[in-house]
Unconditional design. Structure first.
Length: 373
């Protein structure tokens, strides 16, 4: 607990806007709900050109229009005020594990979500001292395998499986969040650094299976180490992150001693459950370590596709792989006067949205009415 912590209500700009309008806030709120300028314009009764002028800072909306914007975008009117910490989505560099159909708007929507996660983290840090980001500097030209070895050494991880990968990452100051597909439809997972705070966000496509989830988290950590200042998005960059994840979760020295001499899917399944990785990943490691050929690996992938159960090994049953950092921080902040309504007031959103960002289930009883004949 920080001793000199001011109240959330003391933030500059924490009250109403008083005519001080932040254009980037409108962009953030609009993009996050996936509305185009023309759709928003129709919903609030202005022209698309007017929305463009608001977001460009040419004009500010009238108070009545501002109220309609807030209602349509599900934020408070004060959300659009200046003075609060703001992560502009057009300045955040991120790396995405995206579906091929992902558009620029999909990535912007994901970044708007990351910005809200960061703002919630910042709000919590007014009351709770979170772990500081602890990622080593990686020199240019460092290979993914070398970076993996460096990180294991920097974090003081013992030889063997990395148990509780998400909990380990969170203890080193990396904020991890799971967001629903309805919010981020075409992006599987992504990572970004916002004002020195690394953030990783995943979706059910990556978190429904714990082995895929762990590999995806390691993949994003690879981006944070190797590509944090790189704005490039390419297959080569993704391949490097995959190589990092494989080397971090299954180091070559250990795999050389433990991989079977020939492809044995039963043996790989047992080994994968010990190391927290999928048989698919271990088949790839066998190719990389010269234990099998690409053609044999392709046949193994085909057999695994027949046997695959997407719902097997859910993350929720795997201790240490469900993000808890923000939730625990919120509980601690609540013990010291900053409960969910105070956080919502600081962020100028609804308490239900704060609970959603924290991964809190709605505890209120559900009223069900049964109609008569």
């Amino acid at each position: 607990m920080r001793e000199d912590t001011p109240s959330l209500f003391d933030w500059p700009g924490s009250g109403q806007t008083h005519g001080r309008f932040e254009p980037a806030r409108l962009t953030q709120a609009r993009v996050r709900v996936g509305m185009s300028k023309s759709d928003l314009a129709a919903a609030v009764g202005v022209s698309a050109a007017a929305i463009g002028q608001y977001e460009a800072g040419v004009n500010a909306p009238r108070p009545d229009v501002l109220d309609r914007l807030a209602q349509t975008l599900n934020v408070r009117t004060g959300f659009f005020g200046i003075g609060r910490p703001l992560a502009r989505i057009d300045t955040v560099n991120a790396h995405f594990r995206s579906l091929r159909s992902a558009r620029v708007s999909d990535r912007q929507k994901a970044l708007a979500t990351a910005a809200m996660v960061w703002e919630l983290t910042f709000a919590l840090e007014r009351y709770v001292k979170l772990p500081e980001a602890d990622l080593p500097a990686v020199a240019a030209g460092t290979s993914p395998a070398e970076a993996a070895t460096l990180l294991r050494r920097h974090w003081g991880l013992p030889d063997g499986p990395v148990k509780h990968l998400v909990a380990t990452a969170e203890s080193r100051g990396i904020v991890v969040a799971m967001r629903p597909l309805g919010e981020i439809d075409a992006v599987d997972a992504f990572s970004a650094v916002i004002l020195d705070r690394p953030i990783i966000i995943t979706t059910p496509r990556r978190s429904e299976n714990v082995f895929r989830h762990r590999f995806s988290i390691a993949h994003e950590i690879g981006h944070l180490l190797l590509h944090v200042d790189c704005g490039e998005h390419s297959a080569a960059i993704e391949k490097e992150a995959d190589e990092f994840a494989a080397a971090f979760l299954t180091p070559s020295s250990s795999m050389d001693a433990m991989l079977p001499e020939r492809l044995d899917l039963t043996a790989l399944d047992r080994l994968g459950r010990t190391w927290g990785v999928s048989p698919h990943s271990l088949v790839r490691r066998m190719v990389e370590r010269g234990r099998t050929t690409e053609s044999s690996a392709r046949r193994a992938y085909q057999r695994l596709a027949v046997l695959d159960d997407p719902g097997a090994d859910p993350t929720s049953s795997y201790a240490g792989e469900v993000p808890t950092l923000l939730r625990k921080a919120a509980d601690l902040a609540g013990d010291h006067g900053a409960r969910v309504p105070a956080l919502a007031d600081a962020l100028k959103i609804n308490p239900s949205q704060v609970r959603d960002l924290l991964g809190m289930a709605d505890q209120r009883p559900v009223l069900r009415l049964v109609g008569g004949d």
